[in-house]
Design a protein around this ligand. Structure first.
Ligand SMILES: Cc1cc2nc3c(=O)[nH]c(=O)nc-3n(C[C@H](O)[C@H](O)[C@H](O)COP(=O)(O)OP(=O)(O)OC[C@H]3O[C@@H](n4cnc5c(N)ncnc54)[C@H](O)[C@@H]3O)c2cc1C
Length: 315
């Protein structure tokens, strides 16, 4: 029996939702091999995050590496820690396919000399997984013979594990210290009253059709009526209308909200790769031939500069 190690993404006090999705994927692997799901929380003063992890349903043990070296959770440092922990009998190491998980998993895999299995969307068995390729146009079924399978989990493909109901024991583990390969300089975090893009129930995204960043307040007014996050196509990001953490798509964020409203977005496959699993898709575009209408549940052929203010007003 080998256990499954989930790497917690946290802010010292609470877990990020992506960790709860990774726990669900870990649970599916565990059920096939009679293994246990453990969570590794690495940080400085991260007891509260470990406490939160211990309450997650389905988690058998929490490993807490509380060390000044992990204050900023630099991936070079966390990777060495994960390797030292994983070598103690883990068959799988899982993290969310977020910017944090994607930064960590390949480093862990390289140090373990195994292949990283990225962005899984289904667990077929303990060694076989599904993952999208070609911008989501095909699903590859991949089987791994590696002793340790290092995996990132597409959060939108797995339900969020219940954050209450568990009572896992918390065990302290010794940190591996700082690797000395990188150092923390500063963090500039986006502050927004709106929900985080990947966790939002509603997302309003703008594309090149918005014409400039000065027009994005039109979308923000709509988003605020709906309690929505604001996203963008890559064209809008590349043109400098909005920062790149707004980008939805193959090389941006993957979202699957209840409602996705695409405004002035043509619907290139690379954009669809990031939002086509949304429950309801609404498109506003003045070109009735725009490919976005092929995936939209509701399409409005209209000039966005007229339609969006009208919609916000009606709401
Ligand atoms: C390797 C690779 C990765 C990529 N990754 C991503 C990614 O992660 N995310 C992403 O989005 N793209 C990505 N792209 C780019 C992608 O191919 C498209 O270029 C991009 O999505 C187009 O953005 P857009 O729809 O905003 O712009 P356009 O394709 O220019 O579409 C603008 C749309 O706005 C409409 N419009 C214009 N004015 C108005 C108006 N007044 N009212 C209503 N509608 C209007 C037009 O009819 C048009 O359909 C990637 C490309 C490559 C090659």
């Amino acid at each position: 029996m080998a256990n499954i190690l989930v790497i917690a993404e946290h802010d010292g006090a609470s877990l990020k939702p992506a960790t709860l999705n990774a726990v669900t994927a870990a649970g599916k692997i565990a059920s096939g091999i009679w293994g246990e799901v453990h969570i590794l929380v690495a940080g400085k003063g991260a007891q509260a995050a470990a406490d939160a992890a211990s309450k997650v349903a389905g988690v058998a043990k929490v490993l807490l590496a509380d060390d000044a070296a992990y204050e900023h959770q630099l991936p070079e440092d966390i990777a060495s820690l994960v390797v030292s922990v994983a070598n103690g009998g883990y068959g799988h190491v899982l993290a969310g396919a977020t910017s944090v998980g994607k930064n960590l998993a390949p480093r862990v895999a390289a140090l373990l000399d195994v292949a990283a299995i990225s962005d899984i969307t289904a667990v077929v068995s303990a060694d076989t997984f599904e993952r999208p390729i070609y911008a989501g146009n095909a699903i590859a079924t991949v089987q791994s013979a590696d002793a340790v399978k290092v995996i990132t989990v597409r959060t939108t493909a797995f339900e969020t594990a219940a954050s209450e109901g568990g009572s896992a024991a918390i065990e302290q583990v010794a940190g591996a210290g700082a690797a000395g390969l990188s150092s923390f300089v500063s963090a500039e975090l986006t502050k927004s009253e709106r929900p985080e893009l990947t966790a939002a129930r509603v997302v309003v995204s703008g594309g090149r059709g918005m014409q400039s960043g000065e027009n994005f307040p039109l979308l923000e007014a709509l988003a605020d009526k709906l309690g929505a996050a604001v996203g963008a196509s890559r064209a809008a990001v590349d043109a400098g209308f909005v920062p790149n953490d707004y980008q939805v798509g193959q090389t941006g964020k993957i979202v699957a909200p209840e409602l996705y409203i695409a405004v002035g977005i043509s619907g290139a496959i690379q954009h669809l790769a990031g939002m086509k699993d949304s429950k309801v898709i609404v498109a506003i575009n003045k070109d009735e031939e725009a490919p976005i209408f092929q995936v939209a549940d509701y399409g409005l052929v209209a000039d966005l500069f007229k339609a969006v203010p009208e919609l916000a007003e009606a709401l």
